[in-house]
Design a protein around this ligand. Structure first.
Ligand code: KIV
Ligand code: ZN
Length: 521
């Protein structure tokens, strides 16, 4: 059981005098603030599927959307309400009757109503006095309560509102029987100490639960949310993958895993479902989390450097704070230029590749590092191609033909020409040929050098990695001397890959042929 609050002296000391809650409520706003991410628009069906998965994940509240914003939005929220999920379904409404009526019509359990309170918003957006704003807020809360629904009240831009006025607004909301007040850091300007200070002040004045809603404009949304919880906030707003307006909202997966592993505070979240829901949301929003995104990023549990991979293979906790399975991820040993032999050995084992000779293993390591040196991430498919190439080759001692040298010339004003120098039965044979392209010329030169007894029946090339320096895999089928063989080669250079595949195929045919003399003059 991971518990840094107990095991880490610094966390233990830092938290020892705080009155931390045992459990924090997760209010997910992926389908509302998350959908306000520029460029994101979910269909009703996608929203429903995400809601079902948020419910399975165990969030306490799903803010399903802003019902008044469009007919499609209303339809989606209605559908989500009709599913009878375990999570409470909430709809956002400005503190105006029209918005509230549409939300009520959707059948939500809770209405999250808001009005801005900061001097900036009062002056430039609302053009209303402090008193008018309080009256509007109270009227909206009264109206929702009259309809028997739960009210969550937000003072928009709370963190840029004068403290005494903010306290007054929230006290009026409490008197009007709001069930919970939410504190939005609307443009993400808080720092953790300031957030602690603010929530601590509010806790001393307000008796209903306090919720926190942080934006990530300075990358502090999660840290500020945690600071609010340290000061006593009972509920936290967050979104899957940290989606949301501008820099986004506090990422649910980061908040939840911090609470779980660092604070030892419970939530209702089934953490092993986090990666899956992150993928689902990424698919529908078409926004993939950055690879180095905490918890759900593709690199969150990936190790490339020789030192780290070796450490993790010896004992996972050396370079992983939590096991990947805890969040539905898998450990990945990435091969590249930093890779050490331990990692390559482990990777080959994972891919089921065993029984390599020392010579083959060394060649594979050399080829993987060479690919990594080009700035490439070496994929499993690359490794398989390299292994097939190295292992599939006819052993050196059994080879009749070997490539000594190859030179090709091509261009817009020259006929593609290739010259090859082959070692055949310890004799050096040189030949050249023209062709329709450099590969064709090279293969024809080999065939000429070997007396054209072996023919190419099929030739196939595939790029494995992307980019102009991709690893290319060539597969050829050759026939000759009554035999038919298939051979492969993988190289970044397609001419070399083609030539090697052909020469390897020729060696296969010749090793099957009892008489190993190839050039019958
Ligand atoms: O960031 C914000 O202020 C909001 C409000 C609607 C609460 O999302
Ligand atoms: Zn927001």
């Amino acid at each position: 059981m991971i518990n840094y609050r107990e095991e880490n002296t610094y966390i233990k000391e830092a938290l020892k005098n705080l009155n931390l809650p045992e459990r924090v409520y997760i209010f997910d706003t992926t389908l509302r603030d998350g959908e306000q991410t520029p460029g994101v628009s979910l269909t009703p069906e996608e929203k429903v599927e995400i809601a079902i998965n948020l419910d399975k994940l165990g969030v306490d509240v799903i803010e399903a959307g802003f019902p008044v914003s469009s007919a499609g939005e209303k339809e989606a929220i209605k559908k989500i309400c009709s599913l009878n999920l375990d999570a409470e379904i909430c709809g956002l409404a400005r503190a105006v009757k029209k918005d509230i009526d549409v939300a009520i019509d959707c059948g939500v359990d809770r209405i999250h109503t808001f009005i801005a309170t900061s001097p900036l918003h009062r002056k430039y957006k609302l053009k209303k006095s402090k008193e008018e704003i309080i009256d509007i807020a109270v009227e909206a809360i009264d109206y929702i309560k009259e309809h028997g629904l739960k009210v969550e009240f937000s003072a928009e831009d709370a963190t840029r509102t004068e403290l005494d006025y903010l306290i007054e607004v929230y006290k009026k909301a409490e008197e009007a029987k709001a069930d919970i007040i939410n504190v939005p850091d609307t443009v993400g300007v808080m720092i953790p100490r300031a957030m602690f200070y603010l929530i601590d002040k509010l806790k001393k004045e307000i008796n209903i639960p306090i919720s926190i809603h942080c934006h990530n404009d300075f990358g502090l949304a999660v840290a500020n949310s945690l600071a609010a919880i340290e000061a006593g906030a009972e509920q936290v707003h967050c979104t899957i993958n940290g989606l949301g307006e501008r820099g986004g909202n506090a990422a649910l997966e980061e908040v939840v895993m911090s609470l779980f592993a660092l604070y030892n505070i419970k939530t209702n979240i089934k953490t092993e479902l986090l990666y899956n829901i992150s993928q689902l949301v990424a698919k529908y929003t078409e926004i993939k989390p950055q690879p180095n995104k905490a918890v759900v990023g593709e690199n969150a549990f990936a190790h490339e450097s020789g030192i780290h991979a070796h450490g993790v293979l010896a004992h996972a906790l050396t370079y992983e704070p939590i096991p990947p399975e805890l969040v539905g991820q898998k450990r990945k040993i990435i091969l590249g230029k930093h890779t050490g032999t331990h990692a390559i050995e482990a990777k080959l084992k994972e891919l089921g590749i065993t029984n390599l000779t020392k010579e083959q293993f060394e060649e594979i390591v050399k080829r993987i590092k060479k690919l990594g040196d080009k700035g490439k991430r070496v994929t499993d498919r690359d490794i398989e191609a390299i292994v097939e190439d190295v292992v599939g080759r006819v052993a050196k001692k059994d080879r009749v033909v070997d490539l000594e040298q190859i030179a090709v010339m091509t261009g817009n004003k020259v006929i593609p020409t290739a010259s090859v120098s082959l070692k055949v039965d310890d004799e050096v044979v040189k030949e050249s040929s023209i062709g329709v392209g450099p590969v064709d010329a090279a293969v024809k030169a080999i065939q000429k050098a070997l007396g054209e007894k072996i023919k190419i029946k099929e030739y196939h090339i595939d790029a494995i990695t992307g980019g102009t320096d991709a690893l290319a895999e060539v597969v050829v089928t050759l026939e000759g001397y009554g035999e038919e063989v298939t051979s492969k080669s993988a190289r970044e250079d397609i001419v070399r890959a083609s030539v090697e595949a052909v020469i390897d195929g020729i060696n296969k045919i010749l090793s099957k042929k009892s008489k190993k003399k190839i050039i019958e003059k």
